[in-house]
Design a protein around this ligand. Structure first.
Ligand code: ADP
Ligand code: MG
Length: 264
């Protein structure tokens, strides 16, 4: 049974749908990246898949249950979400933000348990933010906040992780670090990852499947080895690139063709 089965999903905001006729399945333990130009609907799709948008139609089934019959708490037990734009939480320190990931596991009278503390400790070590634990979130750099919100999602300890451009704000070493963490979670703990990413070369080696979105619709989906071609990149991004095979990962890699801007 698929972790998530999506049929004819259309969703958007008050002024109408911005994603249309989305169909795909996400299987347990799979890593899928959603790729597409700015404004193509990547963030909207991630929100719609958690039932966060009221203007939506179609069918989302999670492990055989209709998503919209589940309460937000039940959904949060299955899916942890790292948004592209972080919620305003200036008054909180790093530990408090990460603790929010544990709330859904607490019983009715529950406070923080020893198990909660252990998990919070572990995810801070994993994302290398232990030294920031008492700092206010408002006082952190973009990259540090990014790691805090990733840590919060990991603390939620769900079978599924949604990440909206997790590499934004991060320098190259943390970009690789975060993707390594995600891959370890996927391969060793069987977590399912659905992620959007603007850096194609970063997403490709980690993803079993990718989905290209264009103007709110799926342009194509499948394994990157098949999908990433000059033609596809031209159609989806309106960009001229070269594709090579990366010597280490053996996956396709996009290289830029430089030309002067006014030549186009
Ligand atoms: P992406 O993540 O691929 O850059 P988005 O999903 O953020 O794209 O946006 C897709 C489209 O939806 C854009 O045209 C954007 O302007 C519109 N949009 C995004 N958020 C809102 C909102 N809260 N209200 C109305 N329109 C929105
Ligand atoms: Mg986005």
């Amino acid at each position: 049974m698929a972790m998530l089965e999506v049929e004819n999903l259309c969703a958007g905001y008050e002024n109408g749908y911005v994603i249309n006729e989305i169909e795909f399945s996400l299987h347990r333990g799979e890593f899928i990246s959603i790729l597409g130009p700015n404004g193509s609907g990547k963030s909207t799709l991630l929100k719609a898949l958690q039932g966060l948008l009221t203007n939506a139609s179609g069918e989302i089934t999670m492990e055989g249950q209709k998503l919209l019959t589940l309460s937000p708490r039940e959904i949060a037990k299955k899916i942890a979400y790292v948004p592209q734009i972080f919620p305003l939480s200036f008054e909180f320190d790093v530990q408090e933000i990460i603790m929010m990931g544990r709330y859904i596991h607490q019983g009715r009278f529950g406070g923080i348990t020893r198990e909660d503390r252990k998990i919070i400790q572990e995810v801070m070590e994993l994302t290398k933010i232990s030294h920031l634990k008492d700092k206010k979130i408002a006082h952190l750099s973009g990259g540090e906040s990014q790691r805090v919100f990733i840590a919060r999602a990991l603390a939620q300890d769900t079978p599924v992780l949604f990440l909206d451009e997790p590499s934004s704000h991060l320098d190259i070493s943390y970009q690789i670090e975060i993707y390594h963490i995600l891959r370890d979670l996927q391969q060793e703990k069987g977590k399912t990852v659905l992620s959007t990413e603007h850096n194609l070369n970063l997403a490709i080696p980690y993803s079993q499947n990718i989905m290209f979105l264009k103007e709110g619709k799926i342009h194509s989906q499948g394994p990157p080895e098949k999908l990433v071609t000059k033609q596809t990149i031209r159609e989806v991004f309106d960009a001229e690139v070269d594709i090579r095979k990366n010597l280490h990962t053996h996956k396709p890699e996009i290289s830029l063709i430089l030309h002067s801007a006014n030549k186009k």
